[in-house]
Design a protein around this ligand. Structure first.
Ligand code: PLP
Length: 489
């Protein structure tokens, strides 16, 4: 069976014809204000604006065609490793838009927002339970922001003990935000080499820790999708040197309901609610990166926290003298927190575990079938994602970049490519937990077909994408100097 390519929708630009009109407005029935006097004459338009003149259907088709050139979770499979599009229930969008939620003002008196405070308070404790932490702040607006907040707390903790530790250890497979957050928080990031199994090398760790180690930042499973089996030993090594353990929980969908960072020895964790818990991400936000800590770090959490009184009412607790302070105006991105609350409530504890089980099952199914044609640098059971190498195809002159472009011809968003950096020609694949077996199979069959083409018809791949509105771009230039004007068409 061969798989059909999916052509892009046709272009329609510049159909303006003088005199065409898309709507009719009733005659003005109030006195028209003389513009002179209201607006400085230098700002008044001398001639009517040159706007396109079109019929209503043409306008609608124009924008619909534009929207179809965008790829999103509602168009198709989106197996972007590490930052995958997890399941974003549409119902939660409706919940976040309920008037009683969407119209709240952050300056409203506490007594009028008790329901919202209860929601936040419950979410704080739900996230603490899911991560195995003792206290949670909902303020940070993104994963990187959570990392920075966590490291600031780690710094405040060491300083409270009269220590000025300067280094944060990060594995070479870590997400780029980890070393960046470490330096933004005033630390030097020290890279730890992974061993041949893709895991933290214990000897390298022992050699790197010392009196200058403030923390080790780790993702478990790591960005290769592999679980650090020696995590308890890793935690002991860092703790014995007086350092703390930071857990990057941006993608918690491999472990929810199965294990918890708190039980693995971590002291601080952030979650990306805009990945794991309902909010669609991409396009720059908004997001939420709550941080959770063990009891001994609780005094340093950002303030205010949402607290409850014995009479069952809720309040903003500002009385926190050791707090690192506020890290975000108001109380975090409330709409995102509402979606996460809805996600946890609608799944329940058993459901969250099932999410993780499906994420892991989907990833292993794909890994196992794809290993027929692709090099698997770490051929072991993975968690929610896995990394393959395009090295076999490279031998035929086809690179991972080319195969990613070829996937576009079949209506798939490509996986993450060339990350993590430690795998040659890497492709990092993460299937969303809610995808059907048919969708997974169609993607796998397409990948196998592309592997066949690499060997027998490489020009098809090298010329891809054929079916998109634009072909290969200078991606760096397109990001730095975007041309947003369509008159060129
Ligand atoms: C996405 C991601 C981050 C950063 O999160 P942002 O919200 O984009 O700042 C950090 N670590 C990992 C592992 C991630 O996947």
């Amino acid at each position: 069976m061969t798989i059909e390519e999916q052509p892009a929708p046709p272009l329609i630009f510049d159909r303006s014809r003088t005199g065409r009109i898309a709507c009719s407005l009733p005659a003005c029935d109030v006195p028209e204000l003389p513009l002179e006097g209201c607006i400085p004459p230098s700002l008044l338009r001398k001639a009517p604006a040159a706007l396109p003149e079109l019929y209503e259907v043409d306008v609608i088709r124009h924008y619909t065609a534009l929207s179809r050139r965008n790829f999103g979770v509602d168009n198709g499979f989106y197996p972007l490793g590490s930052c995958t599009m997890k399941y974003n229930p549409k119902l939660h969008e409706d919940i976040a838009r309920l008037p009683g939620i969407a119209s709240l003002h952050p300056y409203q008196p506490e007594s009028t927002v008790q329901g919202a405070l209860e929601l936040l308070h419950t979410l704080q404790s739900d996230l603490a339970a899911i991560t195995g932490m003792d206290a949670v702040s909902l303020q940070p607006a993104a994963g990187a922001h959570g990392e920075w907040t966590g490291l600031r707390m780690i710094r405040a903790y060491h300083e409270s003990r009269g220590e000025q530790r300067k280094q944060v250890l990060v594995p070479d497979s870590s997400h780029g935000t980890n070393p960046a957050s470490a330096s933004a928080a005033g630390y030097t990031a020290v890279t730890l080499k992974s061993d041949t199994r893709g895991l933290v090398d214990l000897d390298a760790l022992r050699a790197a820790v010392g009196p200058d180690t403030a923390a080790l930042m780790l993702t478990n499973p790591n960005t290769l999708g592999l679980f650090e089996e020696q995590i308890i030993e890793i935690a002991d090594i860092v703790h014995q040197a007086g350092g703390l353990l930071y857990y990057d929980g941006a993608n918690a969908n491999a472990i929810m309901g199965i294990t918890r960072p708190g039980d693995m020895g971590f002291d601080v964790v952030h979650l990306n609610l805009h990945k794991t818990m309902s909010t669609p991400h991409g396009g720059g936000g908004p997001g939420a990166g709550p941080v959770g800590v063990k009891r001994f770090l609780e005094p340093f959490l950002p303030k205010p926290l949402i607290a409850s009184r014995p009479d069952g009412t809720y309040f903003y607790d500002y009385d926190r003298p050791l707090s690192i302070g506020r890290v975000k105006p108001y109380h975090g991105n409330f709409g995102i927190l509402v979606r996460a609350y809805a996600y946890i409530r609608s799944y329940g504890a058993e459901g969250l575990r099932r999410v993780s089980e499906c994420a892991v099952l989907n990833a292993n199914y794909m890994r196992s079938r794809l290993s027929a044609a692709f090099e698997m640098p770490f051929p072991r059971i993975c968690k929610h994602e896995f990394v393959l190498s395009g090295s076999r195809q490279k031998a035929y002159g086809v690179r991972t970049f080319d195969m990613a472009k070829r996937l576009l011809d079949f209506g798939f968003h490509p996986p993450t490519v060339y990350f993590p950096l430690i795998v040659e020609e890497s492709m990092m694949i993460e299937p969303t937990e809610t995808e059907s077996k048919e969708t997974l199979d169609r993607f796998i069959d397409t990948m196998l077909q592309i592997a066949w083409e690499a060997e027998h018809a490489p020009e098809k791949i090298l010329q891809a994408p054929a079916g998109t509105a634009v072909s290969r771009l200078d991606e760096t230039l397109a990001a730095r100097r975007p041309i947003l004007n369509c008159s060129c068409e």
